[in-house]
Design a protein around this ligand. Structure first.
Ligand SMILES: *Cc1c(COP(=O)(O)O)cnc(C)c1O
Length: 392
């Protein structure tokens, strides 16, 4: 073909070279290691003189296929896939930062990311400053001579704050920081951080990429020189993605584009319906006009994503009653599934915090997070509305 295929088409067509069986769908390469016909070939592989597979902790055909697709979708030079999103995030810190370095991180990040940067990094002499997502003066004031990396997540979980990727990219460039973005909520189909200067982009593939709540996975893609350091760190420390999970996730990428279109459409319609509900104090969705960063969201995202949140009137008690009254939506600790999911952070993920601590990270007592699934939107809205009436 004369013309390069669109990344969406490549996510459908990229495939491990066919075996002599001429299979159409990629086979599973369930093997710990790979065989060499000659001692010389094995020597050359260990000397990095070629890309031959050696051992599945380093590389595996199923994992490579998944990573290649993710690189094309994000517009990245190279990548490495890991067992979970957290191991991708952890490895990007530990492979690139060292004792005496300083990390700048937005204050609203995924819970386990918060634990890594506040509890574990300091043990190794790596300090971290958490900065409110949209306080630009605070970002400037927090830069130190030893600041090495800027880490952020947008839209954030679960408050759906949106951070200006272009502004952050210019800020990182000015201060020569490694610009590292968790792009989990948007997926590469709605937002490409590399277009705004990101050096690294991370995903929890467990969420929208799998899209059906089956497997855990993570991936980091970006600048080849940085990925090489992350690869060497992972090759030795061992957070490799399993070939089976890579096979599932690579297949899922074939449908990510159509799935996201429907997830976003359903999420927006649910958000619009809830705006007029008497039991709802407010609704937040990046592509809803009233969102505080609506302008930024529509500038850097092609659609609003599959997650919305709202505040139920009546606080914690009403929030719990709402969950108990749902008939179709799942009550489970995941998002990005074909099945719609509801969660109540104040009584679950953030229940160990004090009221003040919760307020500081934007978790209000009646905050409900909805991950809009692929059911008919009328059914999603009807279930949420009846549960709101029951809780109100
Ligand atoms: C779930 C999630 C993670 C962690 O991913 P795991 O695959 O569960 O390890 C990181 N960042 C965000 C934004 C997430 O939603």
């Amino acid at each position: 073909m004369s013309k390069q295929l669109d990344p969406v088409s490549q996510a459908v067509r990229i495939q491990t070279p066919r075996s002599p069986q001429q299979e159409h769908s990629t086979p599973l390469y369930i093997t710990s290691s790979f065989v060499f016909d000659e001692a010389e070939a094995m020597r050359a592989a260990f000397a990095d003189e070629n890309d031959e597979n050696i051992y599945s902790r380093f590389s595996n055909p199923n994992v490579d296929e998944f990573v290649k697709k993710m690189c094309v979708l994000e517009g990245a030079e190279d990548g490495f896939a890991t067992a979970t999103g957290m191991s991708a995030i952890f490895s990007s810190f530990f492979a690139l930062l060292k004792q005496g370095d300083h990390l700048l991180c937005s204050s609203s990040v995924f819970g386990s990311t918060f634990t890594i940067v506040t509890k574990y990094l300091p043990r190794y002499g790596i300090t971290c400053t958490l900065v409110p997502a949209n306080d630009r003066a605070a970002w400037e004031a927090a830069v130190q001579p030893n600041t090495k990396m800027l880490y952020l997540e947008t839209p954030t979980n679960p408050q759906l704050e949106v951070i200006d990727l272009e502004w952050a990219g210019n800020f990182a460039k000015k201060h020569r920081l490694i610009y590292n973005v968790d792009n989990c909520f948007a997926t590469p189909l709605l937002q490409k951080p590399i277009d705004f200067g990101a050096d690294l982009v991370i995903h929890s593939a467990t969420k929208w990429i799998d899209g059906q709540g089956r497997v855990l996975g993570g991936v980091v893609v970006g600048r080849a020189d940085l990925i090489k350091d992350i690869y060497l760190f992972c090759r030795n420390t061992g957070p490799a993605m399993s070939p089976f999970n890579a096979w599932v996730l690579s297949k899922s990428l074939e449908t990510l584009d159509v799935r996201m279109e429907r997830h976003c459409k359903n999420a927006l319609q649910v958000a619009e319906a809830l705006q007029n509900n008497p039991n709802v104090a407010w609704v937040k969705y990046p592509f809803l006009k009233g969102h505080p960063q609506y302008e930024i969201a529509t500038k850097q995202m092609t659609n609003g994503g599959g997650v919305l949140c709202f505040e139920i009137k009546g606080g914690v008690v009403a929030g719990r009653k709402f969950l108990d009254s749902l008939q179709m939506l799942s009550v489970t600790a995941n998002l990005g599934d074909s099945r719609s999911i509801a969660s109540h952070p104040a009584s679950t993920t953030h229940s160990k915090l004090t009221d003040d601590e919760r307020a500081a990270v934007g978790i209000t007592p009646g905050l409900i997070r909805i991950s809009a699934g692929l059911e008919k939107v009328e059914d999603i809205i009807a279930d949420i509305e009846q549960a709101l009436s029951a809780a109100g």
